[in-house]
Write a protein of this length. Sequence first.
Length: 248
Amino acid sequence: MSRHRSPCIVILALTAVVQLVSTASSAQEAEIRSPASKGVPAKAFPLFGRPVAEIVSPSRSTEATRDANEEAQQLARLMRLRPGMVVGDVGAGSGYHTVRLSRVVGPSGAVVAQDVRQDYLTDLAKRVQQLKLTNVKIALGEPHDPRLPGASLDAAILVHMYHEIAEPYAFLYNLVPALKPGARVGIVDLDRPTPQHGTPPELLRCELAAVGYRQVSFHTLTGDAGYLAIFEPPLKRPQPSAIVPCRR
Ligand SMILES: C[S@@+](CC[C@H](N)C(=O)[O-])C[C@H]1O[C@@H](n2cnc3c(N)ncnc32)[C@H](O)[C@@H]1O
């Protein structure tokens, strides 16, 4: 018998391996879905007329720097996050807050790690699996619609992502039904123009007010983490076409 394999057999074997790998990764991606039906489409809302930052990274700064600044502890304290709560980490990226929130809410609570990037969520799902975090759910959203189930969240955090939301009015409008009565939305960002990956607090307040949110508190975070603005959602949303865009 010849010691050399025929090139055909080698090619067939290689093709099978490639197929297996791609089936495995697409199976993992296939598990990451939007857990809720679609909200109102972006075209129903007025144009917001300001630049949006590009999505360039699944995280902001290194986790060691953020831990040194006690970013997660500050957020948990100021947002009054407690065991048993269901918290949405909207725009979770690589999950800096997701993994820390998982410990805060404990086994009786849950973290919904949501993002618009399937690839970021696939990596985050692996991280969650490796850390054996059983109270984290992964959810895919759309740029104009978080696609989160109705009345599912006790709180939502949007950390260093607001300036990347491609359709802010539609996004904020479609987020409201996912919030339970009394839920708060905490937005962390830097006080700098949106193309520089920040949101001036006045612009943030204006855009949220346009959809009916009310700011309940504003905090400057220590270190270089920026600010945390906490909002309560509207009890009744305006008609999308009645939203008055903020002037630049
Ligand atoms: C700079 S990263 C921050 C990630 C994480 N929150 C953190 O603090 O490390 C911004 C994240 O927001 C996500 N993102 C951008 N637009 C979004 C949208 N409309 N809905 C949900 N996530 C969005 C991006 O895909 C990215 O993962």
